[in-house]
Design a binder for this molecule. Structure first.
Ligand code: GCW
Length: 682
């Protein structure tokens, strides 16, 4: 992935002094030692006297050392912080990079900062040693940068080892037991740390019997993972079932107001911390898609979350409580129920009632990780609650890691969105700092040779970590970083050509995917169950609440306040007004908010029906171009990577063609309106 040995060439050829002690400092030392052993550099660990070095990685509080380089590092560090004008705060994970004469200096106040500083130096390659480099201070904007694994311990009869997993089996579990490949978990921790991720939950949010036991009888399995990930600054969290007091504790109830239930959570949680002192906390999916929850006892979600929060608070843990709560037994005939409204209706009234160690985890859109959705209005509706936005790195609805669909630009758009109107606070601001809940994503990794099935899907994982560290990063620049690390210069490769080609293939690939799938924000239209490939009416008469309402005259869901479900009114005034009318609603979300005739003219000047035809033809052409571009890399990059991507591009061309023909044919049959350019529709 993004840490091939060659990525360490610039580092490994240097003379490096590491100053400080601690578990993560040992990790730094091991990383630089390995790189130097390979590329001929040298490493000293304090105390070392009077050696000439190129790079110093030093903890500020680690005590005096009569070494001129370290003393210079300290002095430069302090001076640079003053120069940058931001006090002297680096925090638990921050670091400073500066030049002191001939030496590059990385200073941190805590070992994790040193580790992140090291990976920053790796990313910079030779540029880290540029004498003209001005000092930089880095600190993560978001405290918790978390991946949720939807990995099952026991193989689920329908979902398999990993729910919505497209990269083989689980890294952690296999057929009911720990997989036992700790070296692989360690490598995974390394990759995650180098992207900025610092928390991970290791089992599915749908918690079945075997998985429930991780909290008690099988805690040792979790402790083992925590031990392996700790040296990379990653804390382990666990998905738990709300019914645990009944299922595991043998109590008659899981009512959060019941004293015995509270006591059970407190004791159980204390035991967890005895075994895993830096345990992160719980992730909970409650009253959702069949998972148990507080509704059973007539309690609300604040009551439910708080009982777990109280148990975790003495130990510094958090509950990530998901807002993905909706009625999944809807009647398609009933036009008054709107799944998009559900999270807001359930959670917004509870603002201010959650304990401070509860993070309400909100899917980025109001429905379910679609290729295009408006930002969830819940993220603007709970100022007195810590909120995290949840993204889906695993490509359930975005091509299942068979299609190239680079999501960085989309996530960046979501993070920069101003729910109170342009120019105001953004979603990134909501998730940032002490009052924010951070960023969470469902992981896309498995035991696949390339970690993510599609080798180019690694970039989504890397980009998630980097945007969680700094949501203002330009996604194109992040992709550059990923390319430079993953495809280092080699005897056969022209790095400039490889980089350009990958950008051409990936930069706009999310929009390409959008073009050949469900149009104008209407969503779904996928095959029920596995969610791969076109199934235009697949969900139209089901209980899941995901309908497009296409008829002979038009298509889309009326979510206006005036004539529809009223969902548009869940937004603060600026967007409530924009979304309310088809005239002001942005084209890309038109069918999410409105049911319009096929002849409705978009802002782009095209009619809805002609837009559908045009984008579907264009999308497939773009995929064909992607495939041709990829072929120009044959012989330049690792043959196995080349072949895997080539195979998947063949499948993407096939699948995109199927999408195009089914969507175009469907709408032609419904509307009777021919393509004005006379292209082939079946
Ligand atoms: O998108 C849906 C998926 C389910 C998933 C659920 C959720 C873990 O189809 O597989 O369950 O979302 O987010 O809880």
């Amino acid at each position: 992935a993004w840490l091939p040995p060659e990525a360490f060439r610039a580092l490994g050829a240097r003379r490096i002094l590491v100053h400080g002690h601690g578990l993560l400092v040992d990790t730094v030392l091991a990383e630089v030692s390995r790189a130097c052993a390979r590329y001929g550099g040298r490493v000293w660990h304090s105390p070392s006297w009077d050696v000439d070095v190129d790079l110093v990685l030093a903890l500020r509080g680690a005590g005096e050392l009569p070494n001129p380089a370290v003393e210079a590092a300290r002095a430069v560090g302090e001076a640079a912080l003053v120069e940058i004008g931001d006090g002297e705060t680096l925090g638990d994970e921050g670091f400073l990079l500066a030049r002191a004469g001939e030496v590059t200096v990385v200073v941190a106040d805590a070992p994790a900062g040193l580790l992140y500083g090291l990976f920053h130096v790796v990313r910079l390659c030779a540029a880290a040693y540029d004498p003209a480099r001005p000092p930089e201070r880095h600190r993560p904007a978001l405290h918790r940068r978390m991946l949720n694994h939807w990995d099952n311990v026991a193989v689920h009869p329908v979902m398999g080892q990993v729910e919505r997993g497209y990269a083989g089996g689980s890294i952690f579990w296999c057929a009911g037991r720990p997989r036992g490949d700790l070296a692989r978990i360690r490598d995974y921790g390394r990759l995650l740390a180098a992207s900025g991720v610092n928390a991970i939950s290791v089992n599915n949010v749908n918690v079945a019997r075997t998985e429930a036991l991780l909290l008690t009888d099988r805690l040792g399995d979790v402790a083992e993972i925590a031990d392996v990930l700790r040296p990379y600054g990653i804390r382990v969290h666990l998905s738990v079932t709300f019914a645990a007091p009944v299922v595991l504790g043998g109590l008659a109830t899981a009512d959060p107001m019941d004293e015995a239930v509270r006591a059970w959570w407190a004791t159980t949680t204390r035991n967890v911390y005895e075994r895993i002192p830096d345990f992160g906390g719980y992730v909970v999916k409650a009253d959702s898609e069949g998972q148990p929850g507080p509704f059973t006892y007539g309690r609300d979600h604040a009551d439910g979350a708080n009982v777990l929060a109280e148990a975790l608070a003495p130990h510094g843990g958090v509950v990530h409580w998901r807002a993905f709560v909706y009625n999944h037994h809807q009647d398609w005939r009933d036009r008054s129920t709107d799944r998009a409204r559900a999270a807001y209706d359930h959670f917004a009234p509870l603002d201010g009632r959650f304990h401070t160690n509860v993070v309400v985890q909100v899917k980025f859109g109001p429905v379910d990780f679609q290729t295009r959705e408006p930002v969830s209005p819940v993220l603007a509706a709970m100022p007195a609650t810590r909120l995290a936005m949840e993204l889906q790195v695993t490509q359930e609805y975005t091509g299942q890691q068979r299609h190239v669909c680079h999501l960085g630009p989309w996530w960046s758009e979501l993070l920069r969105f101003g729910p109170w109107g342009p120019g105001g606070r953004t979603i990134a601001d909501v998730a940032t700092g002490e009052a924010g809940g951070g960023l969470v994503a469902v992981a896309n990794t498995g035991d696949d040779l390339f970690w993510t099935g599609h080798p180019l899907a690694q970039a989504n994982l890397y980009t998630f970590g980097r945007l969680a560290w700094d949501p203002r990063l330009d996604p194109t620049a992040v992709l550059d970083e990923w390319i430079a690390l993953t495809f280092p210069p080699s005897a056969t490769a022209d790095p400039e050509l490889v980089g350009r080609t990958l950008h051409e293939i990936m930069d706009d690939s999310w929009r390409t995917y959008e073009r050949y799938t469900a149009p104008l924000g209407v969503g779904f239209m996928v095959n029920p169950g596995d969610h791969y490939g076109p199934g235009i009416d697949g969900y139209e008469y089901t209980r899941w609440g995901t309908y497009h309402f296409a008829d002979r005259d038009g298509v889309g869901v009326d979510r206006s306040r005036a004539s529809g479900t009223g969902f548009a009114a869940q937004y603060p005034p600026y967007w409530a007004q924009v979304y309310e009318s088809p005239e002001s609603c942005p084209d890309e979300l038109l069918l999410f908010f409105h049911h319009v005739p096929y002849e409705h003219v978009l802002h782009s000047g095209s009619t809805v029906i002609q837009h559908i035809y045009d984008t579907h033809f264009a999308g497939v052409e773009e995929v064909a171009v992607m495939r041709r571009r990829w072929q120009t890399l044959n012989g330049m990059i690792d043959a196995a990577v080349y072949e895997r991507v080539a195979e998947r591009l063949d499948e993407q061309v096939r699948s995109a063609t199927e999408w195009r023909d089914q969507v175009n044919t469907y709408f032609f049959r419904k509307s009777g309106v021919p393509d004005e350019r006379g292209r082939r529709i079946y």
